[in-house]
Design a protein around this ligand. Sequence first.
Ligand code: ZN
Ligand code: MN
Length: 472
Amino acid sequence: MTYENPDGVKIGLEVHVQLNRLKTKVFCGCTTDYHNDPPNTHVCPVCLGLPGSLPVINKKAVEAAIKVGLALNCRIEEHTQFYRKNYYYPDLPKGFQITQYDFPISSGGYIIIEGEDGEHKVRITRAHMEEDPGRLVHEGTIDRSKYTLIDYNRSGMALLEIVSEPDIRSPKEARRYLDKLRNILEYLDVFDGNLEGALRVDANVSIMGGQRAEVKNISSHKGAERALLYEIVRQKNVIRRGGTVVQETRHFDEAREITVSMRTKEEAHDYRYFPEPDLVPLKISGWAPAIAETLPELPDARRLRFIEQYGIKDEHAKALTSELKLAVFYEDVAGRVDPRMAAVWISDVLKGELNYRDLTIDAFRKEHMVSIIELLANNKITEDGAVDIIRTILDKGGSPEEIVKEKGLLKVEGDIVETAAQEAIQENPQAVADYKAGKEKALNALVGQVMKKTKGRADARTAREVLLRELK
Ligand code: ZN
Ligand code: MN
């Protein structure tokens, strides 16, 4: 199967990732755990851009950036240097952002994603360090608000800007790329994706016959797919009407799910980049090997190990490693029961029930999963019973043992199934006649009756076997 990409869609993503697991900001000693605190309480002369203040590089931020670069298969440069990107905006009190330009810390990597037609690489152009600006807050919506408030708590947070080549061919692939990136960052323990503003996306989008537009302000990675879908349709319509798609910057209006033109695109030289005189070039040759030693097992490697070590299916291994917490949960359970059963019940059933309720794996205890799988493996409950237990725990709480007792879920066998089958046959002469006349489906109706009589505690396959025996 190959993907045709009929419109010639090309998407490149620039992802700003906050290294929010660091203790302090990138150029000052302010703490990074401001998310529950009042505005402007985690600030100092450096991150407020006051005259005379001088930045000092946070070594841990450099190490975290190298760690990410290595995990994204990038080359780590020997020297790296900071630059000033000059522009005015109220969230940037210095009038310039300290970022990187000619000598980014890492470049030339890739991420493997599940594409439209199987796995493929999305090349990473570069992943460079920079500081986060402050945050503008509006009363209500941005166009109705009478004033703008500024919170500098975020100012000076360490960011990594991860720029991809335009190797993404659909909004769905873009979502997969972002999921994969987020997954890798969480495995590296440099990033908490649940914090506000942790991952922000700008997208370059073009279709055949047009120039590329940059879509800014995609704040959630779920929003990215919708923004891209809209933008591609917009560009197609422009071309269909005989117009031209011009190079410009557009703003994604999340509430209305449309993109709006902001300005024709500025060029890099407009920013008057020049080397930051207050920070010396960093010589980091020799850092990478030691940091490489500390890299944890990453999602792809863990997935292959799960398949090998536990003999589970690729699709299950993929689902189980898609979130670090889920992978850890699985391994703990798999160490105590049949790992193949654990894979099926966690990735197919539990994950589905959690998603349906908008819950994470934190909502379920490992011990409970172990008990449920033991009950199943010892033939004490049916599969329907196991699903019932999982749902009951999520909705009302309780333990599998309590729920089995309360709901009477212990599987019935032998005489009870036999009696139920005999009753079902006596009470449904029409179904029996239909079955004997060759209507296979009539048997399903009788199985249904047996299940009803045993309150779902009979195994459907057993019920069928007993019925067939009785009907002979
Ligand atoms: Zn500060
Ligand atoms: Mn940037």
